[in-house]
Design a protein around this ligand. Structure first.
Ligand code: NAP
Length: 292
């Protein structure tokens, strides 16, 4: 059900029984910026749609997906710890969800749930928009081998990167991530100075990530002029690692753009409309500033 004109049908009585609902599932979920990103876009597009966060503990994803079908939610955004299990629960996986074994977006097509993954697309769109770097023909180092690293490896490989080196503390996880790329291999911090692009896909440096000292897998001292350095972390806006790389002359980019672009891609899949990326960015950026 859609409203008309920018600003949409907000006001007393909204959302109503006619509103279309999408959800964000995760645990924790209370601090997720995804509902804000989606709702900003829905309002900008004049849609009578609403996005809500649902705290779904580990193990409860099957019940949540039954709820999507039973309640007729139009779609889901999926975050930790459910991305891998939701990939097993949907009726159909897109090729990217199949390759990653992880779903961050579910589209409900009349009760048939299609799972896909927009994280890698969000990363590349943010990279190009934020730094102007075209990955084609470049060399990249990806630090970490978890879900985000794997999405970045696949997206960069598909974007024509000439080589991807995965650097992680567990060699078997690094090898599995590197194997997702056409030209991927396991490496070490010594590979970083030769790379055009270096991406941190670990939580080291993230706000609230424990009080112990955490040593970056690739130190900022290994980075510098002529390189693009991306930290997927978006809180804080600038990690110490990014600041160190910037001081040494690297072009640096934080993770908020990826968050915005992966949400924008979800929105496009649900609604079939062009997402208002600038409005979404502004909303997320000011919410982050208020929390800092
Ligand atoms: P994940 O699946 O848990 O993977 C984390 C990776 O970091 C693993 O390879 C892990 O190694 C490694 N790691 C964790 N602590 C480490 C330490 N102290 N030293 C060395 N390596 C360490 O997490 P994820 O979902 O990939 O997320 C990774 C980061 O990306 C998080 O900061 C997350 O907030 C961010 N992220 C951002 C976006 C965005 O839109 N901007 C999207 C997704 C994720 P082990 O496997 O050995 O533990």
């Amino acid at each position: 059900m859609t409203g008309s004109g920018t600003g949409g049908p907000r006001g007393p009585g909204w959302p109503s029984a006619a509103s279309t609902v999408v959800g964000v599932i995760g645990d924790p979920v209370a601090h997720s910026l995804s509902p804000l990103l989606h709702n900003t876009a829905f309002e900008h597009l004049g849609l009578d749609w609403v996005s809500l966060g649902f705290r779904v503990p580990a193990g409860a994803a099957p019940a949540a997906l039954a709820g999507v079908r039973g309640l007729g939610l139009a779609g889901l955004s999926v975050t930790m710890p459910h991305k891998a299990v939701v990939a097993e629960l949907v009726d159909e996986r897109t090729p990217i969800a199949q390759r990653l074994g992880a779903v961050n977006c579910v589209v409900n097509r009349d009760g048939h749930l299609v799972g896909t993954n927009t994280d890698g697309q969000g990363f590349v769109e943010s990279l190009v928009r934020g730094t102007g770097l075209d990955p084609a023909g470049k060399r990249a180092v990806v630090v970490g081998a978890g879900g985000a690293a794997r999405a970045v490896v696949v997206a960069l490989s598909d974007a024509g990167i000439s080589e991807i080196v995965v650097v992680a503390r567990r060699p078997e996880a690094a090898a599995a991530a590197a194997s997702l790329a056409v030209r991927g291999r396991v490496g070490s911090a010594r590979d970083a100075p030769e790379a055009d692009l270096v991406v941190n896909a670990t939580p080291i440096g993230m706000a609230g990530n424990g009080s112990g000292i955490q040593i970056p897998v690739v130190p900022a001292e290994a980075l510098g002029r002529g390189q693009v350095v991306v930290d997927l972390i978006y809180e804080p806006a600038e990690t110490e690692w990014m600041a160190g790389a910037a001081q040494r002359g690297a072009v640096v980019l934080g993770g908020l753009g990826m968050l915005v672009h992966q949400a924008a891609a979800q929105l496009a899949l649900w609604t079939g409309l062009d997402p208002p990326v600038v409005s979404m960015w502004e909303a997320a950026s000011s919410a982050r500033s208020e929390r800092a």
